[in-house]
Design a protein around this ligand. Structure first.
Ligand SMILES: NC(=O)C1=CN([C@@H]2O[C@H](COP(=O)(O)OP(=O)(O)OC[C@H]3O[C@@H](n4cnc5c(N)ncnc54)[C@H](OP(=O)(O)O)[C@@H]3O)[C@@H](O)[C@H]2O)C=CC1
Ligand SMILES: C[C@H]1O[C@H](OP(=O)(O)OP(=O)(O)OC[C@H]2O[C@@H](n3cnc4c(=O)[nH]c(N)nc43)[C@H](O)[C@@H]2O)[C@@H](O)[C@@H](O)C1=O
Length: 315
């Protein structure tokens, strides 16, 4: 697949989110002029008829599917029905309508949680569907696996050029900082900022602190998404990550260091740890020609700057 023409009609589903926002920023920087976006209020992607009408009218050439019901470990385990239903409906409606409307290429985004809970590490793409899933996000993972299958079967049966990228845990400007719904990195960043301001003696960290996680800066992900859209056409998941992980305790210590918080960490064992480790094997994408470029310290520093600025904007 050659580079996308600057005049191509490009639909970014989920443009107000962490990932969709970064993809739009990047496409605008690259000079793409015909970006198509809709908020969930304007177009509920769970509504099949509305999605069909949208695709018939807008006729996008390319689709970045970054709309989804997304959340951290607590949100996933508290609302599994919503995570399953919303994500199944969004994927089925967008992928089917993209096929009907003759979309040239679609990038479907999944997540590292599609792999079995106790799969060998690092996680290779062909470990998919080889064992039981992590319980705290099984509903979400099943919907994301269904979306990969949809892309692959539409490719096999109809020749549709639909591909699937599987990002590891993401963070960056535009993230969700709500303490009940968010992922660990924005949650700990916010907690440390507020604890520093309040001169609080300790910050609560969920679980044991021993699970290992890998973190990719969202602008690196946007770069990978454009790379995949322009250079890769094959079935199955393609891992997107850094290939490096650290424990939640180490992450908390790093964030405390960046924020300048000197208090203690208090681990709350009543909260779930989730999967013990999910480190991506990124050799497939590396061999295709892409690697991440933002180290974790730099990415956290930039995210902190964004968080502080948007929290109290300078007039
Ligand atoms: N964040 C992470 O750590 C990771 C994310 N991913 C994947 O990346 C993709 C994007 O995630 P992320 O940007 O973090 O999520 P966000 O929650 O930040 O954004 C998701 C966007 O999806 C849109 N959306 C949700 N439901 C609907 C709906 N029913 N109809 C239309 N739009 C809807 C929302 O639009 P609106 O704002 O208009 O309501 C929202 O802006 C997802 O597929 C996710 O699985 C993968 C790995 C890790
Ligand atoms: C991207 C990924 O994200 C989710 O999986 P997860 O990686 O388990 O998610 P998480 O970021 O919420 O937690 C990571 C670890 O961190 C610990 N932790 C400590 N303190 C806080 C804390 O304050 N908040 C949160 N959320 N976690 C905390 C927490 O207990 C856990 O051990 C799924 O949505 C999954 O479907 C998915 O795709």
């Amino acid at each position: 697949m050659p580079e996308m023409d600057p005049s191509a009609r490009i639909y970014v589903a989920g443009h107000r989110g962490l990932v969709g926002g970064a993809i739009v920023r990047r496409l605008e920087t690259e000079g793409y002029r015909h970006l198509i976006t809709r908020t969930s209020q304007e177009l509920d992607l769970r509504n099949q008829a509305a999605v069909q009408t949208f695709f018939r009218e807008e006729r996008p050439d390319y689709v970045f599917l970054a709309a989804a019901k997304v959340g951290g470990i607590l949100a996933n385990s508290t609302y599994p029905a919503q995570f399953l239903y919303d994500n199944l409906m969004i994927a089925a409606n967008v992928i089917h309508s993209a096929h009907e409307a003759g979309v040239k290429k679609l990038l479907n985004l999944g997540s590292s949680c599609i792999y079995p809970r106790l799969a060998p590490q690092p996680l290779k793409e062909d470990y998919l569907l080889t064992g039981p899933l992590e319980e705290t996000n099984r509903a979400y993972a099943v919907a994301k696996i269904a979306a990969i299958e949809l892309c692959d079967h539409y490719r096999a049966q109809y020749g549709a050029d639909f591909i699937s990228g599987m990002p590891t845990n993401l963070y960056g400007p535009g993230d969700n900082f709500d303490l009940k719904g968010s992922h660990v990195l924005p949650a700990l960043l916010r907690k440390m900022v507020e604890a520093k301001e309040a001169d609080a003696p300790q910050v609560e960290v969920w679980g044991s602190g021993t699970p290992l996680r890998e973190f990719l800066y969202v602008d690196d992900l946007a770069d990978a998404c454009l790379f995949l859209m322009e250079h890769v056409s094959e079935p199955g998941p393609i891992n997107i990550g850094t290939g490096e992980d650290l424990t939640i305790r180490e992450l908390a210590e790093l964030i405390a260091n960046v924020v300048g918080y000197r208090g203690d960490l208090k681990f709350d064992a009543s909260k779930p740890d989730g999967t013990p480790r999910k480190l991506m094997d990124v050799s497939k994408l590396r061999d295709l020609g892409w690697t991440a470029s933002t180290d974790l310290h730099t990415g956290i520093t930039q995210t902190l700057g964004w968080y502080l600025q948007q929290r109290s904007p300078v007039s």
